[in-house]
Design a protein around this ligand. Structure first.
Ligand code: PMP
Ligand code: GLN
Length: 379
């Protein structure tokens, strides 16, 4: 076959979720809430459907939604993106990432990314003929070796992908990290793809810094966000991309032939819902409470949790429990103990084993309690 990804199988999220269903396990693997979104938001979607908002939306997104996004970004991050020219509504963050890559990656271009990395990045890079150049970060602190990044840069480096707050490490990039990145990119013809879908999930007063806060990044960055994370609606697949006008114009040329436009009634509902900032400003406190519960619960088990600054994931070390490599451990835990998690090795391109699992705590208290009871029995 002359196809593009012959060696790629189903994602680890699909695999572990299927295994959880088959064994009736509590699913802390794939990242999604097991509680519902706001009924008010559902009612708004139904309302717009009944009112006849059921045909194609504008290619770039419903105007009112782009305006509300612009206002939200300005209110929370203090940066203005023009709704007409610098914001496009996408079918989830996934499509924004894919289209941004399509916009800048030519065959043979190199793309720097940091591992552990979200599973979609490297395969998407390869679809466009790009060459992923991973920089491996390691537990416990997953610090970026910026010297190593400097050495990887070449005239072929077209894109660098950053994700903060980070899935799966639960770490947040520091001001120093961003400054180093600005320095490295200063004399390079390289774009930035900043995946910020967990922007509002930061804890203990840790601050989320966006690529847009650094002029040297903003001028070359696609910033990607997701309403799936913002409003507990991962099944709706609506997100957006921000970029300077010249870059966004190129992004849209591809977007129009990829999805053309995104679900109309959902966009109208989101636009209206965005008028109420409390819904997303409470997100940090909401998930910090769940994180704290999970950390406390894990302290009564033989799992050892790593620090969690952001996202709705945390990492835990199981060295005290098993010598199995991560994937086998996760499969055995699902089958025998009824709790599903994600092996961290699946976020690396090279084989690794740090005896680490990723736990999703975007779950109801009752689910977390049940999982904790089961994990306490694992010795
Ligand atoms: N990037 C990261 C880091 C994610 O964790 C996710 C969702 N798991 C996505 C992108 C995709 O977001 P969406 O569901 O909006 O496509
Ligand atoms: N982003 C989710 C996670 O990290 C999974 C999304 C998916 O299954 N593609 O668990």
């Amino acid at each position: 076959l002359m196809t593009k990804l012959p060696d790629t199988g189903i994602s680890i999220f699909t695999h572990m979720s299927q295994l959880a269903v088959r064994h009736g396990a509590i699913n802390l693997s794939q990242g999604f809430p097991d509680f519902d979104c706001s009924p008010r938001l559902v009612a708004l979607v139904a309302q717009y459907m009944r009112q006849g908002y059921n045909q194609y939306a504008p290619m770039t997104g419903v105007a009112g939604l782009r305006e509300r996004i612009s206002a939200k970004v300005e209110a929370t991050a203090g940066i203005y993106y023009h709704p007409e020219t610098e914001i496009t509504v996408t079918a989830g963050a996934t499509q924004a990432l894919f289209t941004a890559m399509a916009t800048v990656i030519h065959p043979g271009d190199e793309v720097i990314l940091f591992e552990p990395a979200y599973d979609a990045y490297a395969p998407s890079v390869r679809v466009f003929g790009g060459i992923p150049k991973p920089v491996a970060l390691n537990a416990p602190d997953f610090a970026i070796d910026w010297e190593a990044v400097t050495h990887l840069m070449s005239p072929k480096t077209r894109l660098i992908i950053v994700n903060s707050p980070n899935n799966p490490t639960a770490r947040v990039l520091s001001d120093t990290d961003y400054r180093r990145l600005v320095e490295i990119l200063r004399d390079n013809d390289c774009y930035v793809l900043s995946d910020e879908v967990y922007e509002h999930m930061v804890y203990d007063g840790v601050q989320h810094r966006s690529a847009m806060h650094y002029a040297g990044l903003r001028e070359r960055a696609f910033v990607v966000a997701s309403f799936g994370k913002l409003y507990h609606t991962t099944g709706w697949k609506v997100g957006y991309c921000l970029a300077p006008a010249a870059l966004m114009a190129e992004f849209r040329k591809i977007h129009q032939f990829n999805v053309f436009s995104v679900n109309t009634p959902v966009q109208h509902a989101l636009a209206e819902f965005l008028n109420d900032p409390e819904e997303y400003l409470e997100l940090g406190a909401f998930f910090q409470e769940k994180r704290d519960f999970m950390l406390e619960a894990l302290s009564g088990t033989r799992f050892r949790a790593l620090p969690c600054q952001g996202t709705y994931f945390l990492l835990a070390d199981y060295t005290a429990i098993s010598a199995l490599p991560e994937r086998l451990f996760c499969e055995a835990l699902t089958e025998q103990r009824g709790v599903a998690m994600i092996p961290v090795s699946s976020f690396y391109s090279e084989e690794t084993n740090q005896q680490l699992v990723r736990i999703c705590f975007a779950k109801q208290r009752q689910t977390l309690e049940q999982a904790a009871d089961r994990l306490a029995l694992v010795s």
